[in-house]
Design a protein around this ligand. Sequence first.
Ligand code: LLP
Length: 419
Amino acid sequence: MRSYIEECDFFKGIDPEEIAGKYGTPTYVYNEEIIRKRMREVANVITKYPYRANYSMKANSNLTILKIALEEGLNADAMSEGEMRLLIKAGFPSDRIFFVPNNVDRSELQFAIDNGIMTSLDSLDQLDLFGRLNPGGKCSVRINPGVGAGHHEKVVTAGKKTKFGVAEEDVDKIFEIAEKYDLKIAEINQHVGSQYLDPEPFLAAVENFLRIAEKFDSLEYIDFGGGYGIPYHKLDDEARFDMASFTERFTALLDVYAAKYKDRLPLFKSEPGRYCVAEGGVILGRVHACKQNAGKKYAGTDIGMNVLARPTLYDSYHDIEILHKGKAVSRDVLEEISVSGNICESGDLLCKERPLAHIETGDLVCVLDAGAYGYSMSSSYNTRPRAAEVLITKEGKDVLIRRRETYDDLFALFPEINS
Ligand code: LLP
């Protein structure tokens, strides 16, 4: 049976025990080569027409990873002033940042306007506010294309059951507000949802979106959003998202639009987050206790829901490899185990009653595909400092790219401690 970390030499010859010893556990470990490879794939999804991929940094906002995205020629999208500020720190020029907020106050919009950052407005109310702040300006409007997709209802961001975007039937109202403030709607954007391996709903949304785009005059950009999925069940040989056939079918849809608008083609854009970084990241954690409860085996680790929220939040599946003395334990013999964290909640489980390789106290667990929505969604719940982040560089060196949070960091916000 497969070991992903051995097959791709994830740690580039470095003993995971050495990493755990040097940086402690839990630690997020990233492989630079894998991240660059995935970023290159998304950068080249469309080659026939002007096209740019925006790295959606909510998936992983580590500064070093943002710099890698910049080097790989990706643009980036930001959801908040904090994300815009971090992209600016990473060296992204304002014309390579796209601000895609929802329900923000005037100060966040003003920050984008002051920094010349193209902004998407998610509702007629927010478009009106933008018009008041920046009459005569340019902006994008997020349209709900009416088709959604995704791995869990909590990540489907289009269709009838979501807070996102302006409905197609309100397009005339967009034009009224634009006229009132002399705004140029230079872009429309959509995002149907996250983690689809079947491209059908996305392609249907693209086709529909291009039809909606025809209602707008001289668009400079059409942004189709992100969502490309990754194989979270890779140890069971789950198939990858078929980029080659996706490119072919996506391009064919653009051909139809381009034939009509050949003299004034917009820049086509997408916004992948997960695909760029998920597989290039794992979490190393330590097994601190094994026990049997009511005949079921539990392995208790330091990877709680504070470190990786996805399994608790969405019942997400992450493959888990067990490392004994730094070596992947053979999966030829499996035993049913629930792997838990050290948080005071029964939902604090990385997996429930799953056949895994033999686990002993003292082993390391390696949670795969944790590079996206891992650290960026982690918390200090139960007053546990956030994990460290380490990059295995393409030269095979381990480099600390975010130090572990300290208790001082956690307590620094209380006024009585600081006064
Ligand atoms: N663009 C917009 C406007 C988005 O809302 C998102 C994700 C993306 C792009 C990037 O989507 P991606 O390519 O990464 O699927 N925390 C959840 C995923 C939430 C995604 C929210 N929006 C998870 O862990 O599965």
